[in-house]
Design a protein around this ligand. Sequence first.
Ligand code: HEM
Length: 144
Amino acid sequence: MLKLFESLCWLGLAISVVALTITSLPSLGGSHVGGNMLLAHMMASGVLVFTLPLLAVFGVGRMLGAGEASPAQKISFWVTIATGFLTILTVFVCMLPIPSTETMHTLALLHRYAGFAMVPAVVLFLISAWQFRRMNSMRSSTPG
Ligand code: HEM
């Protein structure tokens, strides 16, 4: 049951990352994310903010232990968690009445880099997790 919930969380995270990436694409053309795109970006961010801490808690034991995940899975897991939290933290700090305008610009830039770095990390994690599962099920179904 918990395994199914964890898989659903990964699905939610993957969908939210796709939505967040699509809604942030206008910024690559030199303009800023605003209007309906920013609204959609913020709606999708809720899913990421909800699922990321849960996935960190679910995965931490397995990703630190030996033999329970492939090296590619472990690396991509930690990069996903680190870039994900940095993406959230940079926006969170911007909401506080502490940073100067200049610091906010730096945080927005950091947010952009961390967010885009998260995309290949999530893709690599999903591929390596699927490969690891497939290898394990092939091993357990092979006699001897
Ligand atoms: C894969 C994840 C994400 C990616 C690729 C991403 C990417 C971006 C990019 C490129 C921008 C444009 C920055 C600019 O206009 O200079 C942006 C803006 C923004 N993002 Fe994200 N983001 C992600 C996740 C999140 C999350 C989780 C939140 C909220 C917790 C969030 C909140 C915002 C906000 C409020 C802005 C507007 C800030 C501004 O215009 O300076 N994003 N995002």
